[in-house]
Design a protein around this ligand. Structure first.
Ligand SMILES: [Ca+2]
Length: 420
């Protein structure tokens, strides 16, 4: 009996050792899948607020592109059993564009903005991903189709207080851009909607319904326990309108952070001969002040210090173009439209695109938490300064400002976007 007992004990011990090793091995697999990534296991719902210039469009393509790549990786992993434990970790966060609100700015016509995005949608099928994202993992389910994001038109024609607002068209430089912006879809060879029979288009929410419908979308994010990130890459009129609707409690819960391209802190925008303010803030400085104040402490600000035209200089643009054209890029691909934008101007890969990279590659940037003051009074409207707010941060506007970025890596990542 004692012998049997000993053998039994040994068997139990061996099993315990075996299970121990199994547990350790599984833990190592999970660890190797990347628990150290801040975005691990997440779906990031993003609302884009845009004036749909060429860089805005490229930024949107970049987010769609990121999502497409992540889904491909996830599919591959699910098809390969040994990778299945990694699904949902190690950079496997998806970005879902859950809505796009439109404002006048670089693009002067909201109808044109809607037309461009709907044509892009039909041409590339870029907004129609089949997926279901859960909090802790990413599941690919062919039967589960995501709803198409809505396009929200808020203000027409201009600004929160039209008499105190400005237009990009006031810039002397704008004349050479106006036609390109207006005919962007044609120049990019994206066919008109009339070419399709019975198209299912990105739905449009009109100006009167904007606040109600946007609040509905945000409330839904609270119910899903997935607060949204707002990528604000135009004048801030739309967001100010939300703030003024007195739903601050809802905004607080529903919006995790707001990533803004705007402002030139203690700098001059050389393209603004009127007062040197950066254009997004200059066009609706009242809105900019309202939004920065309402989202104090939750704003990631990309001003001209980092999000500027020099992010991609002429040599960089030629290098990217050479790389991009080394592939045979099929029509109907995101890359086809990206290449068209690059051919239009290197500016298409700067400003808002740099800002959008914060969502996909936050490690590229260095930040400083600072207090700022912004003027909404003529003649200094839109001008923003850093101020000392030691001890009274509660009353002031606190932003997390991008102060430096790894340009070499940024250029490499841009190239990657063109790889098929
Ligand atoms: Ca923009």
């Amino acid at each position: 009996m004692p012998k049997v007992k000993n053998e039994l004990s040994r068997s139990v011990i061996e099993q315990m050792v075996l299970y121990g090793w199994l547990i350790i091995t599984m833990m190592m697999i999970v660890a190797s899948c990347g628990f150290n990534n801040i975005h691990a296991s997440r779906n990031i719902p993003v609302i884009v607020d845009s004036d749909l210039g060429t860089d805005d469009l490229f930024a949107i393509l970049h987010l769609l592109h990121h999502d497409e790549k992540q889904l491909e990786k996830t599919k591959m992993k699910f098809n390969d059993e040994k990778y299945i434990h990694c699904a949902g970790t190690n950079n496997n966060f998806t970005i879902s564009i859950i809505g796009i609100s439109l404002v006048t700015g670089m693009q002067l016509s909201l109808e044109t903005s809607v037309d461009i995005l709907q044509r892009l949608q039909l041409f590339t099928n870029g907004f129609k991903h089949m997926k279901m994202s859960m909090t802790n993992s990413i599941y690919y389910t062919p039967s589960q189709e995501m709803k198409l994001p809505k396009l929200y038109i808020s203000m027409d024609p201009h600004g929160l207080i039209p008499s105190q607002s400005h237009s990009f068209a006031e810039g002397t430089w704008y004349a050479k851009w106006k036609d390109r912006e207006l005919h962007m879809a044609d120049i990019l060879e994206i066919p008109p909607i009339a070419n399709y029979s019975h198209p299912v288009l990105l739905p449009v929410v009109n100006s009167q319904e904007y606040v109600k419908e946007m609040m509905h979308l945000l409330k839904n994010q609270i119910d899903l326990n997935q607060p949204a990130t707002v990528l604000a890459i135009g004048p801030l009129t739309n967001l100010a309108r939300l703030v003024l609707s007195n739903h601050n409690n809802l905004l607080e819960k529903a919006i995790e952070k707001i990533v803004i391209m705007g402002g030139a802190i203690d700098m001059i925008d050389p393209s603004n001969a009127i007062n040197g303010a950066e254009w997004n803030f200059f066009c609706d400085s009242t809105a900019a002040e309202i939004v920065l104040r309402a989202f104090s402490g939750r704003t990631v600000l990309f001003d001209l210090k980092v999000a500027n035209l020099d992010a991609v200089n002429e040599t960089n643009a030629q290098d990217i173009y050479k790389y991009a054209t080394s592939f045979t890029i099929p029509k109907h691909s995101l890359q086809f439209v990206q290449l068209g934008l690059l051919e239009m101007s290197r500016a298409s890969l700067t400003y808002d695109v740099v800002t959008s990279f914060y969502l996909t590659h936050p490690h590229l940037f260095t930040f400083q938490k600072i207090c700022v003051s912004i003027s909404s009074q003529t003649p200094t409207q839109g001008i923003i300064h850093e101020i000392d707010c030691t001890g009274k941060e509660q009353q002031d506007i606190v932003v997390n400002r991008a102060v430096a970025f790894n340009k070499i890596q940024y250029l490499e990542y841009l190239k990657e976007l063109f790889r098929l």
